[in-house]
Design a protein around this ligand. Structure first.
Ligand SMILES: C[S@@+](CC[C@H](N)C(=O)[O-])C[C@H]1O[C@@H](n2cnc3c(N)ncnc32)[C@H](O)[C@@H]1O
Length: 212
C-alpha cells in the first residue's frame, strides 16, 4: 500500500481496517496531522468519551500513574487530564503521532515502542493501563495483553476501547477470558456501544482488574 499524505482528509479511516502489519506505522505517521479533525469533527469518534467514563468510574485514585498505550495524538490523555489524573505516560510506535501527543503538554513521558513486543517497563508500574483504538487488524494483537497485564499494579485497572469489527474476528475476548481463567484478571465490564457513529461502526469497552 502506498501512503499518500496529500489525499483528502476523509479518506484515511476507511483504510484503517484493511492494513497489513508492515503498513500500519507509516499509515499513522501520514495521518497524524489530520487524525483529530477526521475522527472527532468528521466521524464523531466516541471512544475518548466512553473510555473517559470508564476511567471516571473504575479508577478513583487520580494520583496513580496511568499509561496510554497507542496514545496517537493524545485524545485520551486530554480526557484523563480533564478528570484530574496527574501522571500520564504514553507509548506509540509512530514518531509523528508521539509529537502530536507531546504538543498537548499533558504527558509526563512519551516514547516509541511496538506494543507487540515485550515492554521495557517494570512489573506493576501503573495503577491503570489504557489501550484505546489499538487492538485491530495489522495493529496490536490479542497476545499483547500478557504484557499489558504485567505492567498493571495488582488491583489496578485495564481499560480497552476496541472496534467491534476486530472483536468479531474473535481473538481478543478469548484471550481476555483465558487471562481471567488463569487468575490474572477479573473482567468486570463488557459494554457495547458507539465507536465511529458517522461511519456506522460500533465498539466495545472492556474493563478488567489485575488480580494475579
Ligand atoms: C486508531 S489509532 C488510536 C490512537 C488513540 N489511542 C486514539 O484512540 O485516538 C491507533 C494508534 O496505535 C498505534 N499503533 C498501532 N499499532 C501499534 C503497535 N504495534 N505498537 C505501537 N503503536 C501502535 C498507531 O501508531 C496509532 O497511533
Amino acid at each position: 500500500m502506498e501512503v499518500d499524505s496529500d489525499q483528502p482528509v476523509s479518506s484515511f479511516y476507511e483504510r484503517a481496517y484493511s492494513l497489513e502489519e508492515h503498513e500500519t506505522k507509516d499509515f499513522y505517521s501520514a495521518w497524524a496531522a489530520t487524525y483529530d479533525e477526521e475522527l472527532i469533527d468528521g466521524r464523531g469518534y466516541a471512544m475518548p468519551v466512553r473510555c473517559r467514563a470508564a476511567f471516571a468510574t473504575y479508577v478513583t485514585d487520580r494520583t496513580t500513574p496511568v499509561i496510554d498505550l497507542g496514545c496517537g495524538t493524545g485524545l485520551l490523555g486530554r480526557e484523563l487530564a480533564g478528570l484530574g489524573f496527574e501522571t500520564i505516560d504514553g507509548i506509540d510506535y509512530s514518531p509523528e503521532m508521539i509529537e502530536r501527543a507531546r504538543a498537548t503538554g499533558i504527558y509526563r513521558e512519551l516514547w516509541n515502542a511496538d506494543l507487540n513486543d515485550p515492554l521495557d517497563i517494570v512489573d506493576g508500574a501503573y495503577g491503570a493501563v489504557a489501550a484505546m483504538g489499538v487492538f485491530s487488524f495489522g495493529h496490536v494483537n490479542a497476545e499483547a495483553l500478557d504484557e499489558m497485564c504485567r505492567i498493571i499494579t495488582p488491583g489496578g485497572t485495564l481499560i480497552i476501547g476496541v472496534n467491534e469489527v476486530f472483536v468479531d474476528e474473535n481473538t481478543l475476548v478469548p484471550k481476555l477470558e483465558r487471562l481471567e481463567a488463569d487468575g490474572a484478571i477479573s473482567l468486570e465490564v463488557r459494554e457495547h456501544g458507539a465507536h465511529m457513529p458517522a461511519s456506522g461502526v460500533n465498539g466495545w469497552v472492556f474493563v478488567a482488574t489485575r488480580t494475579g
